[in-house]
Design a protein around this ligand. Structure first.
Ligand SMILES: CC(C)(COP(=O)(O)OP(=O)(O)OC[C@H]1O[C@@H](n2cnc3c(N)ncnc32)[C@H](O)[C@@H]1OP(=O)(O)O)[C@@H](O)C(=O)NCCC(=O)NCCS
Length: 194
């Protein structure tokens, strides 16, 4: 299928392209995912002890498999780093990422879920997350999904506001879904018909 078209997002720190991840993003995705789990440990169910996503080739493999099967898409926010010669294509630094998966069961293929939403601290507050979510939803709609779900820690007010703004609504709470550093964290379960 055709992947969603990139979105250009101007920020005071430079031009950021929100786009589907490509295999060349492998190394930076590993670093960014590790940073996300370190920066916001209670925001994600995954943890640092599962090291595969930080190893070379993990994202290449995931991107290939997801593309072949239509089972998911990784989205990145890539900051252009202009070269001094102004001619060669600018290098990019990844400053945000998220992903969406499609449930592949015969009775669940109408639905999917968003995971791993992360923007680096220096790039927060500029609604990069809006464009990342938008591309996820474009992909989901194009595949014929009708419902997308996600889960967010109950103490994550900023993220909750983001998802409400995108039309996600709460359908439940999973008590103590995450236990980290001696603290139980509830997960707010949200869904959006698309
Ligand atoms: C949640 C997150 C993805 C939002 O991304 P973003 O692109 O900064 O989103 P927005 O620009 O729309 O800002 C969202 C909220 O962050 C807050 N915010 C604004 N500037 C900020 C900054 N510099 N630093 C931290 N938070 C900021 C604001 O309260 C804003 O809410 P509002 O617009 O309703 O006032 C990002 O904060 C993040 O990666 N957090 C850590 C990981 C996480 O919690 N992921 C969600 C898992 S469910």
């Amino acid at each position: 299928m055709t992947l969603p078209a990139p979105i250009l997002h101007k920020t005071p720190r430079g031009l950021i392209t929100i786009r589907p991840a490509v295999e060349q993003d492998d190394a930076q995705l590993g670093v960014l995912r590790k940073e996300a789990l370190t920066d916001a440990p209670t925001a994600f169910g995954a943890d640092l002890s599962y090291t595969a996503p930080f190893e070379s080739g993990y994202w290449v493999d995931k991107i290939r498999k997801d593309t072949e099967a239509g089972s998911g898409l990784v989205i990145v926010a890539a900051l252009a780093m202009p070269n001094s010669d102004g001619e060669t294509p600018p290098a990019e630094t990844l400053v945000g990422m998220t992903g969406i998966y499609r449930n592949m069961g015969a009775k669940s293929r109408h639905s999917g879920g968003i995971w791993g939403v992360y923007v680096q601290p220096d790039f927060r507050g500029q609604h990069l997350v809006d464009d990342m979510m938008a591309l996820c939803l474009v992909w989901a709609k194009a595949l014929g999904l009708r419902m997308v779900k996600l889960a967010v820690a109950s103490d994550n007010a900023a993220a909750l506001r983001v998802y409400m703004r995108h039309g996600f609504r709460v359908y439940g709470v999973e008590p103590a879904a995450i236990h980290y550093d001696g603290v139980d964290v509830d997960l707010v379960l949200m869904t959006k018909w698309i």
